[in-house]
Unconditional design. Structure first.
Ligand code: FEO
Length: 402
């Protein structure tokens, strides 16, 4: 059902309460999501901004038809063409095949690569290109935002209704909502999901995010709404979410240390807990969290790593290698290209014991700075061993950069 979000704009997207996995199995979504599409009517022009994920294509077009005669849509704006936003385009275009589609040049290439269309009327745009909306005096202006988070991404700015930035994935969250606006939801929960979204999807492109936020700020656009393509629309906390993006994109770290481990017979777990004790003994203000990589959600762990000053990672040695969970997580950590973070590594072993050194090497390759030499534990830690491990935790805490 369409929902009015401003004088000239209706939300015409799809709320997906059931979604638990996104990007295949790469991303967990604890609060569902939404695929936000918007219908703008101004100055006699009717414009659709983005569509929805492919499984909902027929439902989307059918509901859109209840809101507008599809033939009245003057043009479509595709801010980004990953399938969660462009998936309903083929179904829609089968109804209105001659309708112009405005997108970046990369956007056109991606649409062609995904759907192999024939005869669609692409109009490629660049930053600063603008379309007047009839005689209203209002316009749509395009702002390219490459790698936020795909090469084709752009924002679209509507000058009417106090200024609306259709930002697509940027400022979004996987958060299903009936109310649509952040001030109608639990704000803390929304910010937590925005952070998880940033950490898992955008962190890798933080330099581009930092530059784009600075560019947007310098443009000094009037903004009554930031309307992303997932989750809530921002209206009461626009400066706050922009400020969060500024901070998150700039070597973000809270006063936290995260200990991530895997364990076969609990020896590495005992080490993890002793290290946590040792950190708290000398740095009680540091928040320490522990996560079993094989049991806890990988995307929540990545979020915790993103917001921490240091990652202390532990694993037993298995066939001269690491466990599946730690090995996989290390690959994901490397992909985030985090800057300014510290690390340490530990683990128990029975004979060869390469695990901790392998972790440290992988984390250094991922850009982390080691705080101490890796700590190895032969078999099960005794009380003196645990005392040594606590001391290791204290050594890590003392070595944390100011
Ligand atoms: Fe929500 Fe990059 O698609």
């Amino acid at each position: 059902m369409a929902k009015k979000i401003s004088e000239h704009v209706q939300w015409v997207g799809k709320t997906d309460w059931e979604l638990t996995r996104f990007h295949g199995d790469e991303l967990s979504t604890a609060h569902g999501s939404s695929y936000n599409a918007y219908l703008l009517r101004c100055g006699g022009k009717t414009v659709l901004i983005d569509t929805v994920w492919r499984p909902y294509d027929k439902e989307f077009v059918s509901r859109l038809r209840e809101t507008v005669d599809l033939r009245d849509i003057d043009f479509i704006v595709m801010n980004h063409n990953e399938i969660d936003h462009s998936g309903a385009l083929p179904e829609l275009m089968s109804e209105i095949p001659g309708t112009p589609i405005y997108c970046t040049a990369k956007g056109e290439a991606i649409i062609r690569g995904h759907y192999h269309p024939e005869g669609w009327d692409f109009r490629t745009v660049r930053t600063g290109d603008s379309i007047p909306l009839g005689e209203s005096g209002e316009s749509l202006t395009f702002i390219e935002a490459p790698m936020l988070h795909w090469p084709d991404t752009m924002f679209t700015y509507f000058s009417g209704d106090g200024g609306i930035l259709f930002s697509n994935d940027a400022f979004g969250q996987h958060y299903a909502t009936e109310s649509l606006f952040e001030d109608r939801e639990n704000l803390e929960g929304v910010i937590r999901e925005a952070l998880k979204y940033y950490a898992n999807i955008l962190a890798s492109f933080s330099p581009q995010v930092r530059r784009k936020v600075a560019e947007l700020t310098a443009m000094n656009l009037p903004l009554s709404l930031i309307a992303p393509s997932h989750g809530v629309i921002w209206r009461e906390h626009i400066p706050e979410i922009i400020d969060f993006y500024r901070k998150w994109s700039d070597n973000y770290a809270e006063n936290r240390v995260v200990i991530v481990y895997d364990t076969m017979w609990n020896s590495t777990r005992l080490m993890a807990e002793a290290i946590a004790d040792g950190i708290r003994e000398v740095a009680p203000s540091v928040i320490v969290t522990l996560h079993n990589a094989a049991k806890h959600d990988k995307n929540d762990i990545l979020t915790e790593i993103f917001r921490s000053r240091a990652l202390v990672m532990g694993c037993p040695t298995i066939n001269n290698e690491l466990s599946f969970a730690i090995d996989g997580l290390l690959g994901m950590v490397r992909g985030l290209k985090l800057k300014g973070k510290s690390c340490a590594a530990f683990g128990s072993y029975g004979w060869s014991g390469e695990g901790p050194a392998l972790i440290q090497k992988r984390l250094q390759e991922a850009g982390f700075t080691p705080l101490a030499e890796p700590l190895r534990q032969l078999w099960v830690p005794s009380d003196p061993d645990l005392a040594r491990t606590r001391a290791y935790g204290s050594e890590i805490a003392k070595a944390l950069p100011a």
